[in-house]
Design a protein. Structure first.
Length: 322
């Protein structure tokens, strides 16, 4: 199938991607000179980042605001039309405005520009025209390369919106790195879904002290099997006289010691110095340990090596980590 241009849908798709990729490469090679200053200004602002734009720039702005907020930079989107009818009150004296307009001449942004100028609220402008109204008013100018749109008529915002979105992502990530935003911080803003599950801690998923399958090194294997079966984790922890984990007995250990098993003691069968996890480890990290060691359960120990819980692969499955 081919269209009026004689190209197939795949031809068109490749052309779009190559056009936009080339523009992104050009932006990366010639980053706006005010970029670092804009990052510093956002970091220094005691208030929020107010993002605004209309049309496709508004849709991109909504996403940029959401990305900033979810990565530790308080931000929200203010629609320029609503701003002219009362929502200017959402912009505070301690805020900083990020305004998006490909042409830099979007009339709907005029009231926000006037308001910010009147009250000395810093403006970060994103536009491809450095001499535009927006960029002349901006405190920090993030000028986009004047790259061709991927649309065959050169009209539909395609390349320009991709560049704007990518520059917004660049701002968000630069701010993340600048403030040392870590997985622990990320988890606070992403409690839901698979991402939230992966950012849970082992402590939230493990079975606690009351469910621990523990035996001593001298415990007969008959009693050890009863303990393993009763708890249902396929593992028993072997503790020493000080209550520290000395080893574990797993289903694999049972198979390896089938001959004379019932005459043995737990310490004879146990795997010594077993791999363990801490209660503060991320659930996703614990899953990686389970997969690497090809085991279905892990003992959770404290800083002194004393068992405080057990984590089973099924716990991770139920929580959606896997």
């Amino acid at each position: 199938m081919s269209g009026s241009t004689g190209s197939t849908p795949l031809d068109a798709a490749r052309r779009v991607l190559m056009t936009e990729a080339a523009a992104l490469g050009g932006l990366a090679d010639a980053m706006p000179s005010d970029f670092s200053a804009a990052v510093a200004a956002i970091r220094a602002a005691p208030g929020h980042v107010i993002v605004s734009g209309i049309g496709k720039s508004g849709h991109v702005g909504n996403k940029v605001a959401a990305t900033l907020a979810s990565t530790g930079t308080p931000a929200h989107f203010v629609h320029p039309a609503e701003a002219s009818h009362g929502d200017l009150g959402m912009i505070g004296a301690n805020d900083i405005c990020l305004m998006i307009s490909n042409s830099g001449e979007t009339t709907e942004l005029g009231d926000i520009l006037t308001y910010c100028t009147r009250f000395s609220i810093p403006i970060i402008g994103i536009s491809k025209r450095p001499d535009s109204t927006l960029m002349r008013a901006a405190t920090y100018r993030l000028t986009l390369p004047d790259a061709p749109e991927a649309c065959p008529m050169g009209l539909a915002p395609t390349t320009s919106t991709t560049l704007t979105l990518a520059l917004g992502d660049a701002l968000a990530v630069a701010l993340m790195e600048d403030r040392g935003f870590a997985a622990e911080n990320f988890a606070v803003f992403h409690p839901g879904g698979k991402l939230g599950a992966q950012l849970m801690r082992v402590r939230q998923l493990m079975h606690g002290p009351d469910d621990l399958p523990l035996v001593g090194a001298d415990t007969a294997m008959g009693e050890t099997l009863v303990t393993m079966t009763a708890r249902g984790f396929g593992i028993a922890g072997v503790v020493d006289g000080q209550g520290r984990l000395a080893g574990v007995v797993t289903d694999g250990d049972l198979r390896r010691h089938m001959e004379g098993l019932m005459q043995a003691r737990a310490g004879d069968v146990a795997t010594r110095n077993p791999v363990t996890v801490s209660a503060d480890m991320l659930a996703a990290q614990a899953l990686a340990v389970l997969n690497e060691r090809k085991v279905s359960a892990l003992m959770v120990v404290d800083g002194d090596g004393r068992p405080e819980g057990v984590l089973h692969i099924h716990d991770l499955l139920r929580a959606g980590v896997v």
